[in-house]
Design a protein around this ligand. Structure first.
Ligand code: CTP
Length: 406
């Protein structure tokens, strides 16, 4: 069935790019109905948008003829996805505050459909605390927000705030429309509007400029979980240690190297509805990483390598003021798996521990056998590919989050 987008164009210099966006969406067989705010009409005409959408273009809420033909509530609900592109600082502020003072903002308040906002504005407006506060509010409310591009602005300044290229916006719209949640809207199976924070991969702890402490984690399981969460509609932040894996579609990735960098990135990404700590964080780092390459002295004495404990990221989240409602850890065990996982649950203040037996070739391999340890008991899953473990886990997370009051 043809997917339908309600495109709200707000007034900014980037509004002219909405024409190209409509062309690209039509090429992808997506139907577009457009709404222009008054200020957007100064940058792009209803006539040109009407020609490209092959539909009536809506503008003023108080146009009686339009209201008779189609009520604004109906207009907001006939689409599969509502897209605000470009979204000015002004419309983002109104959306965050629930203000409905024209057709565009009334539709945004009346809709029961997912909303994608694509901000575009001057770099200082983008970094203003008010805009950032509004964006945080919108994200918490479940609005998908695309990151603007960096570069030269129409006003001559440089920085973040440029509208992403229409091709990138069209691809994001296509990705959102293809999410399974759009086909089978199960009340419990979706993570739309939820923020899921995931760590993956190993950490590298420098010894000197050329050596480091590492482990065999490949990051595959964590990346598979991030991909599954994005497919379920979540906003996903993936904090990744050094791995050679492509970023899954729709995932915001932050690359880090050490445990301390990983902790800082995780705390900066809060709040989150659920955190899934899959990374194999190095338990120790060198007390003092040397500035110069260490030289052997031929004396046969043990290497001068003093180690100190790294912060425990999972345990830090377990007692954090912004503790996610659902906190999940992994436990790599080689013996007495369930027993050790149970102890870890309490020690780290987690809700679930996913215990996996790493005595085989789990690390780096493609399959995993896991046991889910919770206060309620232990669930054992058979050996399955890491992708399947990820899907099953994300389904369980979606059910758990929807069962919780916000
Ligand atoms: N973890 C973490 N930060 C650390 C160490 C571990 O966030 N510094 C997280 C891992 O991401 C995983 C969980 O804690 O989700 C369990 O890690 P594991 O290494 O199995 O547990 P340890 O506490 O190191 O216990 P042990 O090595 O004694 O089994």
């Amino acid at each position: 069935m043809t997917k339908r987008v309600l495109l709200i164009v707000s007034g900014g210099i980037a509004a002219y790019k909405s024409l190209e966006l409509v062309r690209l969406l039509r090429k992808r067989k997506i139907a577009v109905r457009a709404v222009l705010t008054d200020s957007a009409e100064k940058f792009v005409t209803p006539l040109s948008l009407g020609v490209l959408t092959e539909d009536h273009v809506y503008g003023d809420m108080f146009d009686l003829k339009e209201e008779r033909e189609i009520g604004h509530i109906q207009l907001s609900r006939q689409a599969d996805l509502v897209v605000v592109a470009p979204a000015t600082a002004n419309i983002l502020a109104k959306m965050a505050g629930g203000i409905a003072d024209n057709l565009a903002t009334t539709l945004l308040l009346a809709t029961d459909k997912p909303v994608l906002a694509v901000p575009a504005m001057n770099v200082r407006m983008w970094h203003h605390v008010a805009t950032q506060r509004n964006l945080a509010q919108l994200r918490a409310d479940g609005v998908h927000v695309m990151e603007p591009d960096d570069g030269e602005m129409a006003c001559g300044e440089f920085g973040k705030g440029r509208l992403p290229e229409p091709e990138a916006i069209a691809a994001e719209i296509e990705r959102l429309l293809a999410l399974p949640v759009f086909d089978k809207l199960e009340p419990n199976g979706s993570l739309l509007g939820k923020h899921i924070l995931i760590t993956a991969g190993p950490t590298h702890e420098p010894i000197d400029p050329v050596r480091y402490i590492a482990n065999r984690s490949s990051g595959k399981q964590g990346f598979a979980i991030a991909a599954a969460a994005a497919r379920a509609g979540a906003r996903v932040t993936l904090v990744a240690g050094p791995v050679h894996l492509p970023t899954p579609a729709g995932v915001d990735r932050i690359d880090v190297e050490t445990a301390r960098e990983m902790l800082a990135a995780v705390e900066a990404a809060l709040p989150a509805d659920a955190a899934i700590m899959v990374a194999a964080v190095a338990d120790w780092r060198t007390a003092d990483a040397a500035d110069q390459k260490l030289k052997k002295d031929g004396s046969g004495k043990p290497a001068p390598l003093a180690l100190v404990e790294n912060p425990d990221i999972l345990a830090t989240l377990g007692r954090h003021v912004q503790r996610p409602a659902l906190l999940i850890g992994f436990a790599a065990e080689t013996q007495k798996i369930a027993e050790h996982a149970q102890a870890k649950l309490a020690k780290k203040g987690a809700d679930w521990i996913i215990a996996n037996d790493v005595s085989g070739d789990v690390m780096g391999g493609d399959a995993n056998a896991v046991q889910i340890v919770t206060a309620a008991g232990i669930e054992s899953w058979p050996v399955m590919p890491k992708g399947q473990v990820a899907d099953k886990l994300i389904e369980k997370v979606a059910h758990a989050l929807s069962a919780r009051p916000d």
